[in-house]
Ligand binder design. Sequence first.
Ligand code: 6PG
Length: 296
Amino acid sequence: MAATAVKRKGVTAQPPDMWRLEQVFLANEARIELRVFEGAEDLALAAAAEFLARARRAVAQRGRFIVALPGGSSPSRFYAHLASWRRPGTGRIPWAKIHVFWGDERMVPPGHADSNFRAVNDALLVHVPIPQGNVHRIRTEGRSPAGAAALYEQEVRTFFRLPAGRLPRFDLVVLGLGPDGHTASLFPGSEALAEDARLVVAPPVAQLGTHRITVTLPAINNARAIMFLVSGAPKSEALAQALQGGGGSDALPARLVRPRDGTLLWLVDRAAAGKLRKASLGQAAPGPRGVNPDRT
Ligand code: 6PG
């Protein structure tokens, strides 16, 4: 399948070689898919195309697309691609129908350099026509960690109109992976990993000497789709453990991310995939199935 150029403001940029990907389904795991890309740029473009396809499908089927986004450095190119697909009038990404939440936040004000809100806002939201009311950030300023978590839980419950005990169903939760196997702000050994009722908690993170605000596993695992973005060799050990177990990985936070009734997508680059044991991977899917933004 020939790759189609993504046209932007007079510049015709050939999409990187995202067709040269390996796509496998994990053995005995119905809807867990691993896509291995040459590099971080291929990965970022494919992640943006996946976001676009799922946003359009959700809006067509349910009138809106509800996504939770991560902080960290890995998603920056992904955000840059989404930000660049915004020519007025093309209606490419239905920003008016998209609601953005966060998977986690640091205990800093929204303008702080470490703020996950700021990371997404600067790289994406300020560049796209998303209504302010559709941006649901975690409000930490002037609150205790527990207070910030409780406020966000209330915002999520109100937005999804959840009766007590019910879980939100995000259309897409995008996650990163730390070298220690943490994801969102669910760190190894954290009390937050055992949370089975609350949607948002504020665990102390001994490794960082601070508290973080994070959406919990029940809320993440109830999503229609979860997409990990993982690039670079420093993540290869954690990725291998998350996908293939071993090394006492049962409590590895990323390994506990298993959609209850949804799809789990691992978009990784070759460097991050360096320690995967090919033998235990399932059958390679026939032919690439990446989404081309100009064709959806
Ligand atoms: C955060 C994130 C966190 C992140 C990983 C990976 O607040 O930092 O939500 O879970 O995704 O730490 O970070 P990098 O992408 O920077 O490697």
